[in-house]
Design a binder for this molecule. Structure first.
Ligand code: SAH
Ligand code: SF4
Ligand code: F3S
Length: 459
């Protein structure tokens, strides 16, 4: 069998794709990198907003055409597969295999079956299963929990991924050990709400650690860098900030989605915190982690959001001074309470607010990144940049960073880099030695690269 996987959605979906891919390989499948070369195409889907759903619909349409021309098995997995919306699509486009996020390990059974196979249960055995570490990569994801027990009124995720189930610390540390043995230097702990790790009923009965304790355990494992995503402010504790501040391996990076700066909107979203409570968490984070890099998620144009509400989001942005943000236009999702009970705002109102918010984010990112010029950052260089005379990577605070090879770096790894230029999206710098001194420039191997005096000229 020649299998091709297409992934939409968040990092949890990327992790799940890797899990299913490792299963397919163990059944003897060859992984191929195009639809044309495949006889099995599996799409890992996302349903969080309308856009990723539309994309899946259009790909399924293309695949149905292909199916009429040659033998082809089409599969759909992940969040959209769990929803009635996705199942209708699957029927319409003649999907053969459908696996919800809790039934991924049914892939073997699905492929053996000669009929249409649909697996839609939330099964806990998924947690006992450890995919092999990604080959030759310095970075890895590690899922520490599945599902979500919150009920934000706009969000489909609790329906697609089911209730929260924490993974056992033994499983987590065993997977981490395998990743370390394979050369992984940066691990990102994943969950819809990692702060709530260990508080579901099963986890409590089993005596699992809190998230802060888990962070300390992972931080002592020998891994160079630890990150995590995402945190719900409701379950954030000061101990998490303390654990980050005191554990050298845990990166000074916190992604704490706020969604809105207005108490009225937060209440209608059922976020279970208000502006003041959120700002208390931010103050604790800044106290324990002085150099913290702060990211957030914001939804603009939630039903009933007034201009005043939106102004409160802008003022909260300034009050926190985020390094960057993921910003979304509210997208009504069938099956969510806000879809059912509230009226969507006009499209133009939502887009216009998004533009203003993006402008604010750019100002702050420009200011924050400019302040990094002259500092030495620890950069994980992944591999060649667009221009092969440069390597690309990211800092402990997730700033994308570009470094010329000419200054003593030849391959992927973690290096000290002095930042010499910055844009709102990118840092540029050169390697330094242990004393923070620039390394001498090496003779350039590539004459074209030598013509570039500044990496900014590439853009
Ligand atoms: N569990 C994470 C969020 C996962 S979804 C958390 O609570 O932080 C990622 C982001 O998508 C959310 O933070 C939210 O900003 C956005 N989002 C979720 N549902 C949305 C919707 N219906 N419309 C627009 N954005 C949405
Ligand atoms: Fe969705 Fe809220 Fe759960 Fe995040 S915490 S996944 S936004 S319901
Ligand atoms: Fe999308 Fe599911 Fe992730 S809906 S954002 S893939 S949890």
């Amino acid at each position: 069998m020649k299998a091709h996987l297409i992934t939409y959605g968040c990092q949890m979906n990327e992790y799940d794709t890797h899990l299913v891919e490792s299963q397919l390989v163990s059944f003897g499948a060859d992984m191929v990198d195009s639809v044309e070369a495949a006889d099995f195409v599996l799409i890992n889907t996302c349903a969080v907003r309308g856009k990723p759903v539309d994309k899946v619909r259009s790909i399924l349409g293309e695949l149905r055409k292909l199916k009429a021309q040659r033998p082809l098995v089409v599969g759909m997995m992940g969040c959209l597969a769990q929803l009635e919306e996705g199942q209708q699509m699957a029927r319409k486009f003649q999907v053969d295999v459908l696996l919800g996020p809790g039934s991924l390990l049914d892939i073997g059974q699905a492929l053996e079956s000669n009929e249409r196979f649909w697996g839609l249960q939330f099964k806990d055995e998924l947690h006992g299963h450890i995919p092999p570490p990604p080959a030759g990569k310095l970075q890895a994801h590690l899922t520490i929990m599945r599902g979500c027990d919150h009920h934000c009124t706009y969000c489909i995720v609790p329906t697609t991924r089911g209730p929260q189930v924490s993974r056992s610390p033994d499983d987590i540390l065993r997977e981490l050990d395998m990743q370390l043995a394979a050369g992984v230097q940066e691990v990102t702990l994943l969950g819809q709400n990692v702060n709530a790790y260990g508080i579901d009923q099963g986890a409590k009965l089993a005596g699992y650690p809190s998230f802060a304790e888990l962070l300390r355990l992972v931080g002592r494992s020998g891994v160079r860098r630890v990150k995590f995503t995402t945190s719900h402010p409701m379950n954030f504790t000061e101990d998490v900030a303390a654990a980050i501040g005191e554990t050298p391996a845990i990166c000074e990076f916190v992604h704490l989605p706020v969604q809105s700066g207005s108490d009225r909107v937060l209440r209608r979203m059922a976020r279970e915190y208000n502006r003041e409570k959120y700002l208390t968490h931010i103050a604790q984070i800044k106290r324990h982690i002085p150099d913290v890099v702060l990211f957030t998620d914001i939804i603009v144009g939630f039903p009933g959001e007034t201009e005043e509400d939106f102004q409160e989001t802008l003022s909260l942005y300034d009050e926190v001074g985020y390094d960057s943000a993921y910003m979304f236009i509210y997208s009504p999702r069938p099956g969510t309470p806000s879809y059912k009970h509230f009226t969507d705002l006009p499209r133009e109102v939502k887009t216009e607010r998004l533009q203003r918010l993006i402008a604010r984010q750019k100002e702050w990112s420009a200011r924050k990144n400019a302040a990094k010029v002259g500092t030495v950052q620890e950069v994980l260089l992944r591999g060649d940049a667009h221009d092969p005379a440069f390597l690309e990577g990211h800092t402990r605070g997730n700033h994308p960073t570009v470094v010329p090879k000419a200054y003593g770096v030849t391959g992927p790894g973690i290096y000290s880099v002095r930042v010499d230029q910055a844009t709102p999206h990118m840092l540029y710098g050169k390697l330094v030695d242990a004393q923070g001194q620039p390394l001498p420039e090496l003779p350039r191997l590539n004459p074209e690269a030598a013509a570039l005096t500044s990496p900014l000229q590439m853009a």
